[in-house]
Design a protein around this ligand. Structure first.
Ligand SMILES: Cc1cc2nc3c(=O)[nH]c(=O)nc-3n(C[C@H](O)[C@H](O)[C@H](O)COP(=O)(O)OP(=O)(O)OC[C@H]3O[C@@H](n4cnc5c(N)ncnc54)[C@H](O)[C@@H]3O)c2cc1C
Length: 402
């Protein structure tokens, strides 16, 4: 590790690691401090969960030079099917209707971690990845910033022009900078696991709204499906610990028979669902990306996709800068990210509230909406743009895959 770097990234999870690669691609050197080694079971970002990547995110990752590696370990989404339990209305979107080969892809978080880390080794000239290394303190002046990092039980200091906080939704350093974060507790938890079904998934992703909350079944490699099932907080533990056959039966009841019987259920886990939005993305020479900036309900699978868009805009702005912590550059980042953040948070929160309520008039509205989305061309086109991650002004990296 050196004494000083142009950019220091706190947190080497999905957002921090992707940013390091994006900067390296533009010839900007950085250090990444990550509290957990990739191989540790407790690594909180690259765990057993899965992430649905939009077409725009696949473009961003392709521009980072990892398209083939991602394609090898992910599964394409070719159709999205949205429905509601107990109603006949549904919306369906197919890749061919949008003139694309796939609408997105699904990848296990730990596989994404492996791909990003393998790519680091080809960028050793630009990326110093230090883990386990926990950033404890941060101070800044007009000319630069300093981090105090705990490495092997020793406190070390590093100087930098720009500190990027990619340290997750709780972001202790965001709190140290006195940046407030607006929190919405949905009082629900996501029960997640991978599973196998009697019938092949044929690259279909399903979003189904049930009386208790929405569930998503996403196509995974080796003919598995990844489940994200929102449940009221007080029921989540019960769903994690109930016997496998009982869980499979409950899920078959909620999901229906589109994939036949559930034949195998993998390890189940639950995650409390809280939405947060930092009041600002910039303080002095510090910027926020990924979950440190905002975290979302996973109903629309948008959290990391939004974080990747933070990263692509930030890396584009930094590529022309003389001082990476320059006030004007960082303020431009803040203003360029505003509408995408607000729109995505609003859509996600509205979906979470609209589709987690069993009140009859709302149920009727939902059903009409689903039908409209399927048959009204303009509604379908908006649905397609949102699903593929193109429903906002895009960065250069997201627009094309080369
Ligand atoms: C159930 C569920 C399903 C989801 N599905 C999707 C989906 O389908 N599509 C999608 O786009 N998004 C999805 N998401 C959201 C996605 O998982 C997050 O947006 C993403 O993990 C955020 O990554 P991050 O790197 O910003 O934060 P994190 O993953 O929280 O990583 C933060 C990293 O910072 C490190 N760190 C923290 N503090 C320090 C410190 N002081 N020093 C050094 N390191 C530190 C941590 O160890 C960690 O590795 C889902 C989320 C959940 C809960």
């Amino acid at each position: 590790m050196k004494d000083s770097y142009p950019v220091a990234i706190v947190g080497g999870g999905m957002a921090g690691a992707s940013l390091a690669l994006a900067l390296a691609k533009r010839g900007i050197a950085c250090v990444v401090f990550e509290a957990f080694a990739l191989s540790e079971q407790s690594q909180p970002s690259f765990d057993d969960r899965t992430v649905a990547l939009s077409k725009a995110s696949l473009n961003i990752l392709a521009n980072l030079g990892i398209a083939e590696e991602i394609a090898r370990v992910s599964e394409a989404i070719k159709t999205i099917h949205v429905s509601e339990q107990g109603h006949i209305g549904f919306a369906r979107l197919a890749a061919e209707e949008c003139d694309v080969e796939q609408l997105g892809a699904v990848i296990e978080n730990w596989q994404l971690g492996k791909v990003l880390h393998q790519a680091f080794s080809k960028q050793a000239e630009y990326i110093d990845y230090v883990a386990p290394a926990k950033v404890l303190e941060l101070s800044q002046s007009h000319d630069g910033a300093e981090l105090t990092v705990e490495i092997d039980g020793q406190a070390e200091t590093v100087e930098t022009q720009l500190v990027v906080l990619a340290d997750g939704a709780r972001s202790p350093l965001r709190q140290k900078l006195h940046i407030d974060s607006e929190q919405r507790d949905f009082e629900t938890a996501a029960v997640v696991c991978n599973l196998s079904t009697q019938l092949p998934h044929r690259n279909q992703a399903f979003e189904r709204f049930t009386a208790d909350g929405p569930l998503a079944l996403l196509p995974l490699s080796r003919q598995r499906m990844a489940l994200v099932w929102s449940k009221p907080q007080h029921q989540a533990e019960h769903y994690v610990s109930m016997p496998e056959n009982e869980f499979a039966k409950e899920l078959e009841h909620a999901f229906g028979a589109r994939l036949g019987r559930i034949t195998k259920v993998g390890k189940r886990q639950s995650f409390p669902l809280v939405q947060s939005k930092a009041e600002t993305l910039v303080r002095g020479r510090c910027v926020l990306v990924g979950n440190a900036a905002q975290s979302l309900h996973p109903i629309a699978g948008q959290g990391f996709n939004l974080g990747l868009r933070d990263i692509s805009v930030l890396s584009e702005l930094l590529s022309g800068a003389e001082d990476y912590g320059d006030f004007h550059v960082l303020n431009q980042y803040q203003s360029l990210r505003q509408s995408d953040r607000e729109q995505t948070l609003w859509v996600t929160e509205s979906l979470a509230r609209l589709f987690s309520n069993d009140w009859a008039p709302l149920s009727l509205t939902r059903n009409l909406l689903l039908k409209a989305m399927d048959i009204v061309p303009s509604a379908k086109s908006i649905f397609a743009q949102q699903a593929m991650g193109f429903g906002f002004k895009n960065s250069e990296l997201a627009a094309n895959d080369e």
